[in-house]
Ligand binder design. Structure first.
Ligand SMILES: [Zn+2]
Ligand SMILES: [Zn+2]
Length: 414
């Protein structure tokens, strides 16, 4: 019987034989890396002179993962790194649903403590019995993907409206639970390391001085004149008004770090608050008459509310890498852990794009018998599968590849 690895390799090879991967622009100046079964990067410092050479390599090797450098080099294949001679680099932002606190993780993720054996649902990183780091089994679902996409739209808004990057933006599905955004314009390529860090600082609101825009006065805050949604102060103000208009008491309570009943009081006063912001540039004091005690409650509410708005709006987090030598998945290649294609997505198609339908590489006509170790309910090509536990199933090729790639299933004998 063929091994899981041989089986996948055979189908990956077939995939690359049947199509030409467009590859990233300036292919001859990129460093490439490939991965093997269960390992995203097993070899780096590869280079190709042409698209043709790159595609021949894919057909021959059919790697499980293919990555390329966002940087451009004079000698991309040389090592160590300085010998490559850095010429410039694109910006790449990666969004992965694994890092987002989606509620659905409670349904599809699970954890197990390697020390005491306790296990449970959700993405729990520390054992609540013995305090050890747990092993988390991460899955993803349409809700995860939608949340990652929302982050992409948020970033695009900043890139286009705050930075004025209109050219060279390319988006692709990561091949698993997220999206990659590439900015490949000439202006971006020449950015110094310091300028790259500055961009990250801006996007994470790292050196935003909130209170130079929202000044604390005796019983209220002043705010900027409401204009249009670009730049941090305006974004914060627009979001504040939107949240009040939406009037979700639970959400407002969380954002303002207060009780639901206090949040309801805020909602009751929302028309006055919004009018005051619009016409007088004042965020008024809340919760009735102002005694010194009440006043501090109002302050606390607005401080928490404003800070949480900043956290909510920041399109990327502080862990975002500024490493220019990192390599990322080549668009239109296969992700070895899912068998899905890291499909390019046109900007105007992003909203409708459904990777669980449009990034399917393998047909549903062929079925394969596999032994499934464990899998929650998952979705592919408009169908849902599972949940499964220790059972043999005959699955469409794409679903079998999906499980085999992540070691959640093994080949089953005839
Ligand atoms: Zn434990
Ligand atoms: Zn999910």
């Amino acid at each position: 019987m063929v091994s899981e690895e041989q089986f996948l390799q055979k189908h990956f090879k077939q995939f690359y034989l049947n199509r030409k991967v467009e590859g990233p622009p300036d292919i001859a100046a990129r460093e490439f890396g490939i991965g093997s079964f269960g390992q995203k990067i097993s070899k780096r410092h590869l280079s190709f002179n042409s698209l043709q050479e790159f595609n021949s390599f894919l057909r021959e090797e059919a790697p499980f993962f293919v990555s390329y450098s966002s940087a451009l080099y004079r000698f991309p294949g040389k090592r160590p790194m300085p010998a490559k001679e850095f010429l410039g680099g694109d910006l790449v932002y990666e969004f992965d649903a694994d890092d987002l606190p989606t509620g659905c993780k409670q349904q599809h993720d699970s954890w197990k403590c390697p020390k005491c054996g306790k296990e449970g649902r959700g993405r729990q990183l520390m054992c609540d019995e013995c305090g050890s780091a747990t092993n988390v089994e991460e899955w993803f679902c349409p809700q995860c993907l939608a949340e990652a996409k929302r982050k992409v739209f948020n970033l695009l808004d900043f890139l286009q409206n705050d930075f004025g990057f209109s050219e060279g933006i390319a988006i692709n599905f990561s091949g698993r639970a997220g999206y990659h955004v590439h900015v490949r314009s000439r202006a971006v390529r020449q950015l110094s390391p310091a300028a790259r860090i500055e961009l990250i600082d801006y996007l994470t609101a790292n050196n935003l001085n909130l209170f130079s825009h929202f000044k604390k006065k005796e019983t209220f805050f002043t705010c900027p004149v409401l204009k249009e949604r670009s730049g941090w102060p305006q974004r914060i103000l627009f979001e504040l008004i939107e949240l009040l208009e939406e009037g979700d008491a639970e959400k407002i309570a969380v954002m303002g770090n207060t009780t639901i009943s206090k949040a309801r009081k805020v909602i009751k006063q929302r028309e006055i608050i919004i009018k005051s912001i619009r016409s007088r540039q004042i965020i008024p004091s809340l919760f009735g008459r102002v005694s010194s005690k009440e006043e501090s409650q109002s302050d606390k509410f607005w401080l928490s509310f404003l800070n949480n708005i900043v956290a909510k709006l920041a399109p990327i987090d502080r862990q975002t890498s500024t490493d220019v030598s990192k390599i990322v998945r080549v668009p239109e290649t296969l992700h070895g852990g899912t068998g899905l294609i890291a499909s390019n997505v046109q900007l105007d198609n992003l909203k409708q794009f459904d990777p669980l339908k449009e990034a399917i590489a393998f047909g549903a006509n062929q079925t394969v018998k596999v032994f499934i170790i464990k899998a929650p309910r998952f979705h592919l090509a408009g169908k849902s599968f599972g949940p499964f536990a220790h059972q043999e199933e005959e699955l469409p090729l794409h679903a079998a590849v999906f499980l085999l790639g992540r070691n959640s299933a093994t080949m089953a004998g005839d």
